[in-house]
Design a protein around this ligand. Structure first.
Ligand code: NAG
Ligand code: NAG
Length: 305
């Protein structure tokens, strides 16, 4: 009898192990055939932003991007223009490298789930960032803002990047149909928000520091960048700097704004159109520019071109 039970238990354990290894094998394989087309389009839209983030952080930390780091992930797309190694302290370089590798992981996750497309042409030149900052302040800065010249400038430039990805993931989530797509987007959103929180926390510590050689402090830089994105996006207030009027703070009752959130302190959502208006810097999803001189790729971005 005891022998019998033991045998039964044994085969049950084997059955469980088979089940486990089976489900383990099923999840990560290429599964784009099982996801509705509308989910594929939304996931692929995000790939545009993940390429930008991966390249910006790889260049900032290492001085080279996917072409050298993980050439297969480019699928033969053109090399980015203007990326450079940033002059960073050991701490900020360490954080930037971690972000870069996280983005490489995100690219792999997306490409394991949907077919994807080759890397779009990206413009990571100092001039691209310089123009964003000029627009944010409504005047030409002298010297032109250089994202790669020190910790503060690189963090301010980074402030402009994962946050928009976060908005896109929050916007995409209610539109997704399949559990697989929802799981992927939630997982990407989690880390994207974490990156934004790290960047904001590092900047918040220095919010009163003057960004040399200009006359504005760190908080004023973030407030102007956020206001610019609200204007470009044409979707109302969905972006907030590090110090805000009380009404925009948590519970409408605090001016410190280490995280951006709506009246209930939950994350703002943006549509693909709003995101394209911002990352193109043109306020028009049909007019490429900014980080994407030839526009984004995939069904959604292409539908506006
Ligand atoms: C990148 O942007 C800068 C500034 O707008 C521009 O001068 C340069 O031509 C752009 N490069 C490409 C490849 O689009
Ligand atoms: C704002 O916070 C203060 C305490 O910090 C409290 O006395 C006040 O009632 C709060 N007002 C609102 C509108 O929540």
């Amino acid at each position: 009898m005891i022998h019998h039970i033991f045998n039964f238990m044994n085969s049950f354990v084997v059955f469980l192990l088979v089940l486990l290894s089976y489900s383990h094998n099923v999840v990560p394989v290429k599964s784009f055939r099982t996801i509705p087309k509308s989910d594929v389009d939304l996931i692929e839209f995000a790939l545009n932003l993940e390429y930008l983030e991966a390249e910006f952080f790889l260049y900032g930390a290492l001085g080279y991007g996917l072409d050298k780091f993980a050439p297969k992930l480019t699928q033969g797309g053109p090399s980015p223009f203007g990326g450079k190694i940033a002059y960073l302290s050991p701490l900020i370089k360490d954080v930037t490298l971690q972000f870069a590798l996280q983005e490489v992981g995100h690219l792999r996750a997306i490409k394991n789930t949907v077919k994807g497309f080759p890397r779009p042409l990206l413009n990571l030149s100092s001039e691209t960032f310089g123009q964003i900052i000029d627009s944010a302040f409504g005047k030409k800065l002298y010297p032109s803002f250089d994202p790669y010249s020190n910790d503060i400038n690189y963090l301010i430039a980074s402030y402009a990047i994962p946050y928009v990805g976060l908005n896109g993931y929050v916007g995409a989530n209610p539109l997704l149909k399949s559990p697989l797509a929802k799981g992927l987007i939630a997982g990407l959103l989690g880390v994207e928000s974490g990156q934004d929180a790290v960047i904001r926390a590092l900047l918040y510590e220095r919010k009163d520091e003057i960004v040399k050689p200009y006359k504005w402090n760190v908080a004023e830089f973030t407030n102007h960048i956020s206001q610019l994105r609200n204007t470009l996006g044409k979707g109302g207030i969905k972006d907030e700097g590090l110090v805000v009027p009380k009404e925009l703070g948590a519970e409408g009752n605090v001016t410190g704004n280490i995280l951006a959130g709506n009246i209930f302190s939950y994350s703002y959502a943006r549509s693909p159109q709003e995101i394209l208006r911002i990352v193109y810097g043109t306020s028009n999803e049909r007019t490429p520019g900014g980080f994407y001189p030839q526009g984004g790729r995939g069904t959604i971005a292409k539908s506006f071109l």
